[in-house]
Design a protein around this ligand. Structure first.
Ligand code: GLA
Length: 385
């Protein structure tokens, strides 16, 4: 992504002045899907793709002039307007500004132009990249950088909850803010503790295959999954008050309440409880350099997401089958599901063949090639200039 390109648009669309430039990345997640809002573990890393925004205070009390460079769309709005802008991209700006105000940042009017190179609807968190980029900018422009990284993560998540209707967990915003080049991160979503894990798999590559099925319309099924988990946790809690989220449960406790929850909720909770354990198993395997186990857990996650949590689609299952047929070490749906990418752990010597076969077979079946993205683990939110 190109700072000069963003700057040229910022100058052209506003008053000719320049501002400060901020960047925040999208993310991948090695394992730990739909565990974040259950208090479990996740294992994401920031990528080298993200959002760049140029921002400048415009000396108005609360007028925001915003330009989405990729969409060629200009929206102006007031922070004091209780309804906020209608355009979905502008709601991220409106939402994060109000959330930063709640954190004590005296946000006034500003101009902003931004562009991004995270594929939209691909499960790579383009929206978290926006939220954390804008939060980083507002914190710098108006807040003397006093808001902590963790509070910016929470402000991004609150933007999704309060202005975009997605009851997401914390993983995406966390990864975007805290990312570090070359490292994945294991986050305990209950305590907020995290650790960096250098990611240098000897002999393997991480490759995303984007089905190009966009998951943008999946807000309500996502929120439904969360509700299923909360219902089951509440039932277990009646018998075992120490269980607050599914993170605190296990298969035996779940089986105790099998008759009190719907079959569907039971299946979904089974997936989550299994996934919390898989993240820890993957961490142990990584410490031993045991990539075969990492890959096997990834396939188990795919199975669970597809058959128990039911967030897959035909195209993603097809991509997973091709990976298996090609001898790929691990492959699974990444992110919320309902479309987007698979993440694949591929032995170097199989890489060329896998990329060729997956493109050919997918194109033969669905009439379009999937997009293959080599994962590069990049840095989190930062000021560029
Ligand atoms: C989306 C949400 C995250 C997380 C994932 C699934 O990306 O934003 O909080 O729940 O789905 O792991």
């Amino acid at each position: 992504m190109d700072i000069e390109f963003v700057r040229s648009r910022f100058i052209k669309h506003f008053d000719g002045k320049t501002g400060n430039v901020y960047a925040s990345p999208g993310r991948i997640n090695l394992i730990g899907e739909h565990t974040d809002y259950n208090g479990g573990f996740v294992f994401p890393g920031a990528v080298d793709k993200g959002v760049i925004a140029e921002m400048r205070a415009n000396d108005t009390e609360d007028t925001v002039m915003a330009y989405a460079i990729d969409l060629k769309d200009r929206v102006d709005f007031k922070l004091s307007d209780p309804a906020g802008p209608k355009a979905s991209w502008a709601r991220y700006i409106y939402g994060i500004a109000l959330e930063m105000k709640k954190l004590g940042v005296p946000v006034k009017g500003f101009n902003i132009a931004f562009a991004g190179d995270v594929p939209l609807g691909a499960g790579m968190s383009s929206s978290a990249a926006m939220e954390s980029c804008f939060a980083c900018g507002l914190n710098d422009l108006f807040g003397d950088n006093k808001v902590s990284q963790w509070d910016m993560v929470l402000a991004g998540q609150a933007t999704e909850h309060n202005y975009c209707g997605v009851n997401c967990g914390i993983m995406d915003q966390f990864a975007s803010v805290h990312g570090k080049a070359g490292s994945l991160m294991r986050l305990d979503c209950r305590s907020g503790e995290f650790a960096y894990f250098p990611w240098k798999p000897e002999g393997y590559k991480l490759v995303l295959v984007n089905s190009c099925v966009k998951h943008e319309l999946a807000v309500s099924p996502y929120n439904d999954r969360r509700l299923s988990c909360e219902r089951v946790a509440a039932v277990i809690n009646k018998h075992h008050p120490e269980v607050e989220t599914l993170r605190d449960a296990n298969m035996a406790l779940l089986d105790e309440v099998k008759g009190e929850v719907s079959e569907e909720d039971y299946k979904r909770a089974r997936y989550v409880i299994g996934e919390v354990d898989r993240v820890l198993a993957v961490c142990d395997a990584l410490e031993r350099g045991d990539y075969e186990t990492v890959g096997q857990k990834m396939y188990e996650t795919h199975y669970g997401l597809s058959k128990e949590y039911e967030v897959s689609c035909e195209e993603l299952d097809f991509l997973n089958d091709i990976a298996k047929d090609c001898g790929v070490t691990g492959s699974r749906i990444m992110g919320g599901g309902f479309g987007g990418c698979t993440i694949n752990l591929v032995a170097n010597e199989l890489y060329d063949n896998f990329v060729k076969v997956v493109k050919e077979k997918y194109a033969a079946k669905y009439g379009k090639e999937p997009i293959v993205i080599d994962v590069v683990i990049g840095d989190g939110s930062r000021k560029l200039c």
